[in-house]
Write a protein that binds this ligand. Structure first.
Ligand SMILES: Cc1cc2nc3c(=O)[nH]c(=O)nc-3n(C[C@H](O)[C@H](O)[C@H](O)COP(=O)(O)OP(=O)(O)OC[C@H]3O[C@@H](n4cnc5c(N)ncnc54)[C@H](O)[C@@H]3O)c2cc1C
Length: 430
């Protein structure tokens, strides 16, 4: 049972009522925090999950109610006040050592706090070309975007997706499955350029092409052309013209850091946090898509992870820091993406790898890619291979590895190859 709230001081203010914010609030209550908790979000909805927006919700197989992160009754029973539709526009610290201060909502509502958690997430990058504001140019971040896109897809016959990242490819797969003609335009030389190595991205390009999508790599958008205010074509910088009646832009997101800037927190491609979600003012916490933290392998610099796993882990860390029990144990990052009948599951972070091993045959649409750094397993992409994925997640969590030379044979279960990192001659990560 969650501990009941009672009015001890101003309590904790969490700005951003989504995956990270809800997790922080829930963890506070689960660990006996009895002061007020106020969760303020600027969207007009109870906190919800975003992953289904480019999957089941857009496909029409998941309803609005299944998006909710928690049942509405949960918040009242846990003593968590959820304020929706209110944007916090100003925040100040009265006592940086204690972490207390006050915030102000757009309508002037004051929110005093003993402790503050910024869980403000990220917002889609806008396409910076002429015509990007034409009707029929869509983005996908929230419920309203997904509802608009659902309507637009129903009336469209030709969709151009700008950006070959996860969201773009998931939308492309749903549009193609619905029988629409689909072009994907990606500025890099391969799809999913930041998330996976070329073995996996080459497979995904091929998988989309085999299913009838045209994938344009190394292709930059020059402008969106329109008639009567409506998008009708995407013009590429090499002069090619892709006729279209719907443009879906998925070119990444930028962290929402305005409040962190007001507080003078360190921001480098995200609000900089340590392993316990503490910002450069240690009493102020930040969690989720708005943050950047040191890469777990240490040598790759700061990374900003946009994933449910990271939002949940950092939300929990932020709560534990407030409770005076910081627990900066690095969690194994994981991620998933559903495109057509292909389930991609990623464990670990591949950045910094120096060796890649293919396990299985991509032509069967069932294989894994293992990433090693100095012969130590650091990540795995599994396509329709859930057992490899689960094994790699466990291995990474338990500091187990395997000999890269033995990893390629899919007939030998990965679990049979695992050995403790310390038992090998492999150099441990820095
Ligand atoms: C379409 C889509 C598909 C995805 N699919 C996957 C997936 O398959 N797997 C996966 O792991 N991750 C996926 N993600 C990413 C995942 O949803 C995010 O990593 C996660 O939502 C991050 O949670 P968060 O709480 O940090 O931020 P967000 O979910 O972005 O929430 C931040 C909230 O804060 C609000 N806010 C910002 N500033 C203020 C302010 N000043 N005042 C009040 N409120 C404010 C925002 O409006 C927003 O509601 C997907 C994301 C999208 C958009």
């Amino acid at each position: 049972m969650p501990a009941a709230a009672s009015a001890h001081g101003d309590g904790t203010l969490i700005v951003g009522a989504s995956q990270a914010g809800v997790q922080a609030a829930a963890t506070l209550r689960e660990h006996g925090y009895t002061s007020p908790i106020v969760l303020v979000g600027d969207e007009p909805y109870a906190p919800y999950q975003r992953p289904p927006l480019s999957k089941g919700y857009l496909a029409g197989t998941a309803s609005r109610s299944t998006l909710e992160l928690r049942a509405e009754s949960y918040y009242a029973s846990a003593g968590i006040t959820v304020v929706t539709g209110e944007r916090i526009v100003e925040v100040r610290l009265h006592d940086a050592e204690a972490g207390s201060g006050a915030a102000v909502g757009e309508g002037g509502t004051p929110h005093a706090f003993d402790r503050l958690i910024l869980a403000t997430g990220a917002r889609p990058h806008r396409l910076p070309v002429p015509g990007a504001d034409l009707d029929g140019v869509c983005y996908l971040r929230g419920i309203d975007d997904a509802d608009t896109l659902t309507r637009r897809l129903q009336g469209a016959s030709h969709v151009t997706v700008v950006g070959g990242g996860f969201i773009g490819l998931e939308v492309a797969s749903l549009a193609r499955t619905a029988g629409l003609s689909v072009d994907v335009v990606e500025a890099a030389e391969r799809v999913l350029p930041r998330a996976v190595a070329s073995l996996t991205s080459d497979f995904y390009r091929g998988a989309h092409e085999r299913r009838g999508t045209r994938v344009h790599l190394g292709a930059a958008v020059d402008r969106i052309e329109g008639t009567n205010g409506r998008a009708t074509a995407v013009r590429l910088t090499d002069g090619r013209r892709l006729p279209t009646d719907l443009v879906v832009v998925g070119i990444g997101a930028q962290p929402a850091t305005e409040l962190a800037d007001q507080l003078g927190l360190a921001v480098q491609g995200g609000i900089v946090v340590d392993g316990a979600s503490r910002t450069s003012i240690a009493t102020v916490l930040a969690a989720g898509d708005c943050t950047a933290m040191s890469h777990p392998a240490g040598e790759v610099g700061l990374v900003r992870l946009e994933s449910v796993q990271n939002a949940v882990a950092q939300g929990r860390q932020a709560a534990l820091a407030i409770l005076g029990r910081p627990d900066p144990v690095p969690a194994v990052p994981w991620f998933w993406s559903d495109q057509y009948d292909l389930k991609l599951q990623i464990a670990g972070l591949q950045q910094g790898h120096d060796r890649v091993v293919l396990r299985g045959d991509p032509d069967t649409e069932r294989f894994s890619v293992l990433y090693f750094s100095r012969d130590r397993l650091i990540a795995l992409d599994a396509v329709n291979s859930p057992i490899d994925y689960m094994t790699a997640r466990k291995a990474l969590a338990r500091s187990l590895t395997l000999d890269p030379a033995l990893a390629h044979d899919p007939d030998v279960p990965l679990a049979r190859l695992l050995v403790p990192v310390a038992d090998t001659t492999l150099a441990p990560l820095a």
